[in-house]
Design a binder for this molecule. Structure first.
Ligand code: IYR
Length: 222
């Protein structure tokens, strides 16, 4: 059994309470301006921005530090077209009867339907795969822990990084999304988790006028 890793010193920024509050408020303002986007421009996005967002996602804490994620960054038009075709085939079946009336009613305010043109318009599709298991240096199978939680946190950081860089994305989960494993030739230990179209919003893009729950509705102080 491996022993504990060597340790290194760690400190956080030494801030006054006022400075902390200022930073917290400024970060909230940045994140509060983020919206999920479904209308993308075809304006190219430099690969370096995608690399930084993925690197930022990779700073997420993960179960036993297994980092159980793979990001597949797709810009190839042929692959994007195949992903769109497969996603729309699934979504057509979902909207056409596979989703319950209750589900369709919950989605109605968002105005979504089976058509997903953004899967071809957005310059990048980044697919986050969750690794149910991994491999050790000697090639043996290794269990991963808290895979969903770890990938969920990584997804959040990915979204935050893109937003900070002035980009837009959508947490898209075509259902079922097994086809992504086939099209992107991923191994059986990886399951598609979220598909992110990434780009700039289309000129004149609009988003639903949603309201976020106030703090009083989401927090209980004890
Ligand atoms: N996957 C479908 C349906 C959908 C489901 C939920 I939950 C959403 O928040 C949005 C859409 C689609 O992408 O249209």
């Amino acid at each position: 059994m491996a022993g504990p890793l060597p340790t290194i010193p760690y400190t956080v920024d030494p801030l006054t309470e006022a400075e902390s509050l200022e930073r917290a408020e400024a970060f909230f303002d940045v994140m509060d301006a983020r919206r999920s986007v479904r209308e993308f421009s075809d304006r190219p996005v430099p690969r370096a921005l995608i690399e930084h967002a993925i690197a930022t996602a990779g700073t997420a804490p993960s179960g036993a530090h297994m980092q159980p994620w793979t990001f597949v960054a797709v810009s190839d038009p042929d692959l994007k077209r195949r992903i769109r075709e497969a996603a729309e085939a699934e979504e057509r079946a979902s909207y056409g009867g596979r989703m319950s009336d209750e589900w369709l009613e919950a989605l109605a305010p968002l105005g979504t339907d089976w058509q997903k043109p953004f899967l071809e318009t957005a310059p990048w599709l980044v697919v986050l795969f969750a690794q149910r298991t991994g491999v050790t240096a000697d090639g043996t199978k290794r269990k991963h822990y808290y895979v969903q939680e770890s990938c969920g946190i990584a997804a959040g950081l990915f979204i935050a990084s893109l937003h900070r860089a002035g980009l837009a994305t959508l947490t898209h989960t075509p259902s079922p999304m097994r086809f992504l494993s086939e099209v992107l030739e991923r191994p059986a230990n990886e399951a598609p988790f979220i598909l992110f179209p990434v780009g700039y919003p289309a000129e004149g893009a609009r988003v639903p006028d949603l309201q976020r729950k106030p703090l009083s509705e989401v927090v209980i102080w004890r």
